[in-house]
Design a protein around this ligand. Sequence first.
Ligand code: PMV
Length: 309
Amino acid sequence: MKGITASAPGKVILFGEHAVVYGRPALAAPVFSVQATAYVEEALPNSGLLIHAADLDLNLSLADAVTHGPALAAQLALEHLGTPEPDVQITIRSTIPIAGGMGSGAAVSAALIRALCTYLGHSIGDEALSALVYEVEKFYHGMPSGIDNTVICYGRPVYYIKGREPQFLLVKHPFDLLIGDTGVATPTRITVGAVREAWQRAPQTYEALFDAIGAVVEKAQAAIERGEVALLGPLMNENHALLRELGVSSPELEQLVKVARTAGAAGAKLSGGGGGGNMIALVDPANVERVGHALRKAGAVRVLHTLIR
Ligand code: PMV
């Protein structure tokens, strides 16, 4: 049987991370310059389903579904199709930084499920795919909002509220972002857990911060849909200040955010879980080079350039 490849993009949260876990809206966009891919091919008879995570040099089978996301993703795909375990070899690769807030886990799950379903003769729709990837995300994060699987599976910018149908974001004027990686890998569940503890200790303070973030998100959505890109930089700065108050920034993130603004970015903020991971900066195309250079000089281990459209 012919081998099948499927891929899924990385993502950035533009506005609203953390508050989205508490029912406020958030905006996110796919990043196609980094990808997870899965290749499914026939394996020897009676070998069962084997997964090779090429970048990690890790081999998994369905028995690993209780401990490893990709094996769980494969198991959920087979349950979804009602198909017995096939003899296949699945090779997964990813250029998405791990634990950097770019959705690497969700993208690997999405690529794997899509490739396996296609190989077995069923094309899976975005909605069903997103629901399965969400189940795997729960395994990674405990209580994810669902924004990562949504933006990655649909592959379009979204306005997202937990538990509701995703709304797609219409980007009137595309805009350039730089994504700067602090190089500090911080699993999302750590910062999400810290915010939860702080919220339990001081619910009123945190609810007020989530409301303030929600208000920024609404303004950002309107600005993006009207093509008022000039409004987005100050809104990013405002969102970052609120995230700092939530306690999810870090010295490395602060440094990159400051350097980006000084070098001419229109605005900058941490993106994703925080505590490390990535920050984003809104840049005029003419400033991409300069801000990118400044970020690298200030310690960013990777700087990606992406156009949000
Ligand atoms: O996966 P990350 O690190 O981009 O974080 C996702 C955004 C959070 O709001 C922090 C968590 C969530 O489940 O929405």
